[in-house]
Write a protein that binds this ligand. Structure first.
Ligand code: BG6
Length: 468
């Protein structure tokens, strides 16, 4: 097991889409911060040479965040390239040569899951796995059985402690801030439980479609693409108990407990939708039943949460791009008639900006009598240009051997167990018009008080502090 910092980064899929959109920008940012002091070896089967990969890196940066001349030079200087088929042992002999004696490389599999097994076995056989870490892109498996099989393959070549399962939501500061909000402050503990909270909803809305990823998406769907991983991580951060210490396994133990307390989803608690026009996308089957929208209801059978429904909703081609959590409070035992009460809530926005807002009932200053409005006290923080992106953070953490930002085997399996009953697409798929909040049928699952559509009519802000 390598305990030190990785001394080389190998990324398979160097000419692919993920490298283009996310990895080169993350690597340049690491170089800029002085965090990239090891050789970076791209591997792909494209018939390319190193100069072509360098040109691709430049193009990627021009489109995604811009070229920083000094950092780019550094990145280009560290870059190496191995071209070859992943089935061919010769590719791995060439990789071994490029590793040039590195003792604890990190191998990042930014490749389609069907290739994980081949690459892992070749890494082991070529002696490139010894002392190494492996970083695996999501989705980790396709269901519970395939995730177990993938674990078996990976654990044949690496120790669990050296397997880093990426879920870039774990690298998002705003997601980690959920834990800071809950465990660095005293007051949330007083209300963040079944005694005070009536329901919690998590919405991940995206105002774009599948962006040329039709082939991938049609095999995946919303539940596999973002619910089983990203949104369950948000759910775990919201629902977990405080860890006994800050060790990565202590934090991950608490997250697993949340998932263990959730039963497999029943079909009646899921609504799937597909935006009109999806079937015309490249790579999408004309009769596709894959969902581009999902709404789910789960219950966490724990001491803290029993009886509190948690709603998760995610979709493509919705009216805006925003991820937000809304916890609604139970009604107070007040003498004010129910019909006059409005809403009391906690709103936690994760993107595009990070916001913590407390919504409370106040007298409407523009009206007379007992007319109430929800006013919000807001703390909000817009991302700064120099802020670490999630990919930069998770790659840096994997290379440093910090496992906190990665999903453990048992967690991934629990997450699949929960969604397994609705993965096979037996539930109906309802069409919805692009730029709407999903199919009307989602109303069937509607939380008490209704779905909260982020960025809609916001409550009045009574005080606001915005860090620049
Ligand atoms: C990816 C999904 O994992 O996350 C995409 O495959 C989704 O479909 C993306 O758009 C969202 O990530 P972010 O960081 O933009 O919220």
């Amino acid at each position: 097991m390598p305990s030190s910092h990785s001394d080389a980064l190998v990324f398979f899929g160097a000419t692919g889409d993920l490298a283009y959109k996310k990895i080169f920008p993350a690597l340049q940012a690491m170089a800029k911060r002085g965090h990239l002091n090891v050789p970076v070896i791209g591997v792909a089967k494209a018939g390319w040479n190193l100069d072509q990969l360098r040109a691709r890196a430049k193009d990627s940066l021009e489109k995604h965040g811009g070229v920083d001349p000094a950092a780019f030079e550094k990145l280009i200087g560290s870059l190496r390239y191995v071209d070859g088929d992943y089935q061919d042992p010769g590719t791995f002999t060439a990789l071994r040569r490029e590793l040039n004696g590195a003792r604890s490389p990190a191998h990042y599999l930014a490749i389609p899951p069907v290739l994980f097994e081949t690459v892992t076995e070749q890494l082991a056989e070529s002696n490139c796995a010894k002392g190494a870490r492996v970083i695996v892109e999501k989705p980790f498996g396709h269901d519970l059985a395939s995730a177990r099989e993938l674990n078996r393959v990976l654990l044949g070549a690496f120790d669990e402690a050296d397997v880093f399962r990426i879920d870039h939501y774990l690298g998002k500061r705003a997601v980690n801030n959920l834990m800071a909000f809950r465990f660095a402050n005293t007051f949330p503990e007083a209300f963040w439980n079944r005694d005070y909270i009536e329901s919690v909803q998590i919405t991940m809305a995206e105002d774009f479609g599948v962006q040329g990823r039709g082939g991938f998406y049609d095999q995946t769907g919303t539940i596999r693409d973002v619910v089983q991983n990203h949104l369950f991580q948000v759910l775990s951060n919201l629902a977990m108990e405080p860890p006994v210490d800050l060790e990565s396994d202590s934090v991950r133990d608490e997250k697993v407990k949340v998932l263990k307390a959730i039963s497999p989803i029943e079909e009646k608690n899921v609504v799937r939708g597909q935006f009109r026009g999806y079937r015309d996308e490249n790579g999408v089957a004309k009769d596709s039943e894959t969902e581009t929208f999902a709404a789910l209801k789960v219950e966490i059978n724990s001491w803290r949460w029993k009886g509190v429904p948690f709603y998760i909703r995610a979709g493509k081609s919705l009216p805006r791009t925003c991820t937000e959590v809304l916890g609604r409070f139970r009604k107070p035992p007040t003498l004010i008639p129910d019909s006059l009460l409005v809403e009391n809530h906690v709103r936690l926005r994760l993107s595009p900006e990070a916001t913590v807002a407390m919504g409370m009932m106040t007298l409407d200053p523009g009206a007379e009598g007992l007319s109430l409005q929800t006013a919000e006290m807001v703390a909000s923080h817009s991302p700064r240009a120099d802020e670490m992106d999630a990919y930069e953070r998770v790659l840096g953490a994997a290379m440093a051997g910090d496992r906190t930002l990665f999903a453990r085997e048992d967690y991934v399996e629990q997450a699949w167990r929960i969604v397994e009953p609705v993965l096979e697409g037996h539930t109906p798929i309802y069409q919805y018009a692009p730029n709407t909040w999903g199919p009307d049928e989602a109303e069937r699952l509607s939380p008490p008080g209704g779905w909260h559509n982020p960025g809609g009519k916001e409550a009045v802000a009574v005080a606001s502090e915005t860090a620049s």
